[in-house]
Design a protein around this ligand. Structure first.
Ligand code: FAD
Length: 302
């Protein structure tokens, strides 16, 4: 397993933002990963780093990247995938086997671990629609446990994994047989829809900034509030979709947080709605970042 010390993680994040991390591990097998989870007391687990804003002040601690654990298996209509498998790859493999239910994962630049943790979704489909069970590491008991979907409290962009007790080792999905041409056509439509409104990773970003409020769309509210005009030296709001922030080059985590607060305030002023971030802030915080995060991630918000 590769282990790096004082490792600059900026280039491993889709935002291209982040600082130095004291120790970074890249386990290659489930066995290595579980042994590491048993051994370490404090750590953060990351996959594609596509839903996080990592602090430019780095992290004085341990970080485990799952991206070297890439094995998966298709048995009948069921797909078993290690946490580090790239979500779009699994969608493609499912399509090759004429299995429907994963078409939404095309173009989503994360891993299965991050997708289950976030209960990622798009185009009317979500991870929890087809998830059957998970093999998890229980941090409290320090042992491997199996849970059914019904044990994991899935909701819109939430799951029991967000409680911090469990780390996903691998997941089982139950798909349905479908028509391969129809599956591939749906994936193409999903991908071209994404391309028409979302920034590609050539414009560093971490997907939707805020969650949709109930029965509304964060993008719609932000657009109406006029945030597409926010274009600063190193960060800006994407002009085709108001719920995306793009790093124009050399941005720091503080630049993004400041812009997030401006966006949130605009919507609050116009609609009296408190937008809640979908993106997760990780790492050491500066004093300013603590202040900005206390505005963005208020404890009483769901
Ligand atoms: C261009 C773009 C488009 C996007 N479109 C969508 C979209 O349509 N729908 C959507 O829902 N999201 C979207 N996202 C956000 C993101 O891709 C998803 O949330 C994805 O599922 C995150 O996976 P990841 O591996 O990158 O997770 P990370 O960003 O690495 O981690 C996210 C969280 O999951 C936790 N985590 C990661 N792996 C594990 C594990 N094995 N066990 C326990 N916890 C773990 C991390 O600790 C962290 O808290 C988009 C992002 C980008 C950049």
């Amino acid at each position: 397993m590769q282990i790096k010390e004082d490792f600059e993680i900026k280039n491993l994040t889709t935002y291209k933002i982040g600082g130095k991390v004291r120790k970074v591990y890249f386990p290659e097998t489930q066995e290595e990963f579980s042994a590491l989870l048993r051994e370490l007391d404090e750590y953060i687990v990351l996959g594609g780093c596509s839903n996080v804003l990592f602090s430019s002040n780095g992290l004085d601690g341990n970080l485990i990247f799952t991206t070297e654990m890439k094995n998966f298996e298709i048995r009948g209509n069921n797909v078993f995938a290690a946490c580090g498998v790239k979500a779009p790859l699994l969608a493609q493999k499912a399509a090759e086997n004429s299995l429907t239910g994963m078409e939404f994962l095309i173009g989503l630049p994360g891993t299965i671990g991050g997708a289950v943790y976030m209960n990622a979704g798009a185009h009317g489909q979500a991870v929890s629609d087809t998830l059957v069970s998970c093999c998890l590491f229980d941090k409290e008991a320090k042992e491997v446990v199996y849970k059914q979907k019904s044990d994991l409290s899935f909701g819109y962009r939430t799951s029991a994994l967000q409680g911090g007790r469990y780390v996903l080792l691998f997941a089982e999905f139950g798909l349905r047989k479908g028509n391969q041409d129809e599956i591939k056509n749906l994936m193409e439509r999903n991908l071209s829809f994404r391309k028409s409104i979302q920034p590609s990773l050539a414009y560093p970003n971490a997907g939707s900034v805020f969650k949709n409020p109930e029965n509304d769309s964060a993008g719609r509210l932000l657009d109406k509030a006029g945030v597409k005009e926010f274009d600063f030296e190193r960060v800006r709001v994407w002009d085709k979709h108001a719920n995306f922030i793009v790093n124009k080059g050399g941005a720091a985590s503080e630049d993004v947080l400041e812009l997030m607060v401006k966006m949130k305030n605009k919507v609050k002023e116009m609609f009296t709605i408190d937008l809640i971030p979908e993106q997760i802030f990780l790492g050491n915080m500066s004093e300013k970042e603590e202040e900005l995060c206390s505005i963005l991630y208020k404890k009483n918000q769901k």
